[in-house]
Design a protein around this ligand. Structure first.
Ligand code: ZN
Length: 142
């Protein structure tokens, strides 16, 4: 069952988040807040020559927001800026607009679309990452 597999991927990332640390030599950082659920997150990025060399986060939030942040940081390393922005846009379109474009290893999060209250939990880390790239210190899902 694909849905069970996806659920397990999300649970695994929420219980054992990857990249869960402060990044001392970060070049970009931002904090994000989702008042709907109470999720808060900090994202750190290390960029070199327009490429994301490392991405980390710390969060106080629900399982969906933590899993999404963990999977996002997995995906970002090695991507250049335009690829990172394009991925964030694809992810947003899939969850908010129902766009069916393939999300690769982020597919597990597509099912969140069926729970409108949780969509902002899943998109919060991405809003925060974009705020960091744009030189804004903070993001909110409002
Ligand atoms: Zn949440």
């Amino acid at each position: 069952m694909l849905e069970d597999l996806y659920r397990e991927v999300i649970i695994d990332h929420s219980k054992h988040p990857r990249h869960l640390r402060e990044l001392a030599d970060a070049t970009h950082r931002a904090t994000g807040y989702n008042p709907l659920c109470g999720d808060s997150i900090q994202v750190w990025l290390l960029l070199q020559n327009d490429e994301v060399r490392d991405a980390t986060f710390k969060a106080s939030g629900c399982a969906i927001s933590v899993a999404s942040a963990s999977m996002m940081c997995d995906e970002l390393s090695g991507k250049n800026l335009s690829e990172a922005r394009a991925l964030a846009e694809s992810f947003r379109k899939a969850l908010v607009e129902g766009n069916e474009q393939d999300l690769g290893s982020l597919e597990a999060l597509r099912g969140v679309r069926e729970y409108p209250m949780r969509v902002k939990c899943a998109t919060l880390p991405w809003h925060t990452m974009l705020a960091a790239l744009n030189g804004q210190g903070a993001a909110t899902t409002e």
